[in-house]
Design a protein around this ligand. Structure first.
Ligand code: NAD
Length: 281
């Protein structure tokens, strides 16, 4: 069996671009929905740079490079997605209300599999907007998608066995490893990753140590490849704030966003994407 032939990705931000790339690299025809023209332009550049870099490193031969670029196309609206896609993945900002609206609209295109890349909103909460929650589940990719090996598959209460089996197959076919978790806010990865990051921010806020030393503590003391503050800069402080806010609603004050995070987001210091977060990039 070949990899899913047709894929739709909704939202061409940090994650949507990476997800589109890995499917195109695996041979799928990918349509990317991005209504923001500036974002779409930036996404095209990121995709072109990533493909050129892979070619320069000998990971893509010239024919594959050309084929990959031909498999990616942008559309401005969900209604422009092809009908009956093999797989549609939502990667819009981490807001339950927005995701519910987007998913309901994508469902009208009748994809065989419908997935969300949410970092932590319960699948059950998002499935409420759908007529066919049995084909819906979480496919949680990691940043940067082209190099991170994991996809966390989240099975909702209504997700059926065929959908879960197909999703497992898809993850294998794009060359990723998977874990399967039952539906709970934050799943396994965000729940653990975000709690460490929030504690690191509270330590920084209290002046316990510098950002560099807090990160080094986890990198050298616990063998994390990247410290929690640097990782937050990479993920986006706004993205982490949204996740923490959702998790605080589900699990209480241990996920309350620290003041330093609220202040940095309000000041537009969102991490690497804006040139400044806990570090200057
Ligand atoms: P982002 O802000 O970089 O990108 C979101 C994109 O969605 C933007 O380009 C925006 O223009 C677009 N968008 C907004 N509304 C839309 C709509 N109605 N239709 C189509 N596109 C729309 O966000 P991101 O970091 O890529 O995160 C996307 C999702 O992935 C979130 O749920 C986030 O929690 C999750 N996630 C993020 C990371 C990370 O490291 N950033 C990792 C794993 C999962």
């Amino acid at each position: 069996m070949t990899v899913v032939q047709t894929v739709g990705v909704v939202g061409a931000g940090t994650m949507g671009v990476g997800i589109a790339y890995v499917f195109a690299a695996a041979g799928s025809e990918v349509a990317i929905v991005e209504p923001n023209l500036e974002r779409a332009r930036a996404a095209r550049t990121v995709l072109a740079d990533q493909a050129a870099g892979a070619r320069a490193r000998g990971k893509l031969d010239p024919a594959m490079h050309e084929a990959l670029e031909g498999r990616l196309r942008f559309v401005a609206a969900i209604s422009d997605l092809p009908d009956s896609l093999d797989l549609a993945i939502e990667a819009v900002p981490e807001r339950a209300g927005l995701k519910r609206v987007v998913l309901a609209e994508v469902e009208h295109r009748r994809p065989a599999l419908l997935a969300t890349n949410t970092s932590g909103i319960a699948i059950g909460e998002l499935a409420g907007a759908l007529c066919h929650p049995e084909v819906f589940l979480g496919l949680h990719f990691f940043n940067p998608v082209w190099s991170m090996p994991l996809v966390e598959i989240v099975r909702g209460r209504h997700t059926n066995d065929a959908t879960l089996a197909a999703a497992q197959e898809v993850v294998t076919q794009i060359g990723k490893s998977r874990i399967v978790v039952d539906d709970a806010p934050g799943f396994a990865t965000s729940r653990l990753g975000v709690v460490i990051a929030l504690e690191a921010m509270r330590m920084l806020q209290a002046g316990i140590a510098s950002a560099e030393d807090i990160d080094r503590a986890m990198e050298l003391g616990y063998r994390h490849p990247m410290g929690p503050l640097k990782l937050t800069d990479l993920v986006g402080l706004d993205v982490r704030l949204d996740i923490a806010t959702n998790l605080a609603r589900a699990y209480g004050p241990r996920f309350d966003p620290p003041q330093i995070l609220l202040e940095k987001v309000a000041a537009g210091e969102l991490g690497r994407k804006t040139g400044r977060g806990f570090y200057t990039w």
